[in-house]
Design a binder for this molecule. Sequence first.
Ligand code: AMP
Ligand code: GLY
Length: 424
Amino acid sequence: MNILLLGSGGREHALAWKIAASPIVEKFWCAPGNAGIAREAACIPLDASDHAAVIDFCRRESVDLVVVGPEAPLAAGLIDDLDAVGITAFGPSRAAAALEASKSFTKALCREHGIPTAAYEAFSDAGAAKAYVRVQGAPIVVKADGLAAGKGVTVATTVEEAEAAVDAIFRDEGAAVVIEEMLTGEEASFFVLCDGEHALPLATAQDHKRAFDGDTGPNTGGMGAYSPAPVMTEAMCQRVMDEIVMPTLAAMRARGTPFKGVLFAGLMITADGPKLIEYNVRFGDPEAQVLMMRLMSDLVPALLAACDGVLNTFDLRWFPDPALTVVMATRGYPGDYPKGSRIEGLREAAAVKGVEIFHAGTKADGEAILANGGRVLNVTASAPTIAEAQRRAYAAIDLIRWPEGFYRRDIGWRAVKRERDAHV
Ligand code: AMP
Ligand code: GLY
């Protein structure tokens, strides 16, 4: 079986590591990949936004399965175009990718089907949005929708802050905003493999979005993660399947846009039970790194079963050991940062027991590895306890010599504390 993977992050290195280990894989390419992925796959300069070029490559090389890592090609309809010419591809259609691409779409779907989520209103006008903010009061959450989605999320503690966030979003023409109730509780991520009809829960994870220790500093794509998330007990996972995931899949099917691929539910576990914060339609980054560390079964047949609509006949096995990943980023991230600094000690670090190093923004220069992005490395460890996984990850990091890099020293603190409290 010949496979093409699209993407270049730590998520894609972790996926590539599992795919390359599959005995049914013959040829394996990744576009564009990175210096770590190059050890697992042939990296090629194929542009995922050029659908015709992707189709040409797949035909020329007899690619049997395309796996799409990031959300942008999904929202751009790459899966639809591959499907239309009979190339098997893992991921949702453009219409189904709206679960991530449009916050107002997902909120309306939740409202219509009684799926628990924060109370909200959507606005395409700044004045009406601000009037609503004043009536609701703070704290309140302001989210850009549609064209202005890059502006992200503001959890505002005052009405003034919320109004300023609304104004910032409406500086772009055609902007829209979702304003919602602030939820309190513990956050968790829940991943489910879907084939349009059936759903196979994968595993749970928790990530650390803030740049600095103690969950302070600016929001990032994620500075570390661990799996499983202790707050997601078996009973809680079942509730999330029954109350959130299955009703969503049924609603998508009823609309004629069944969801295939990985559904990533960002949850808040509140005093009233689990509530959906948002969906993503792909693996998380860095959550995929810890999920792939824990997956015992071959990933490739599972991806094929999702494409073929036969996930109901399928099961996956997991290692019981927890896994934890620490992101090393270039100083300056998530703001501006330089590229090209040299990273040393990777070989020694990777030799630490239970450790795998997944690359994100790296580039090879002969034998040397250079930083080539914001998030650069994912030092990932598994062990019988989360405390030991944390110890192993940091033991490996201590062997990496990269003065231009930084990382958080407290990844997994909540789970480590919970583990310690359970044992005294
Ligand atoms: P999102 O980009 O939707 O993932 O939101 C980023 C982060 O903002 C989430 O991970 C939460 O920490 C926070 N957030 C988003 N919506 C809410 C909400 N309704 N209540 C509390 N926190 C939220
Ligand atoms: N780590 C969160 C995400 O992948 O969106």
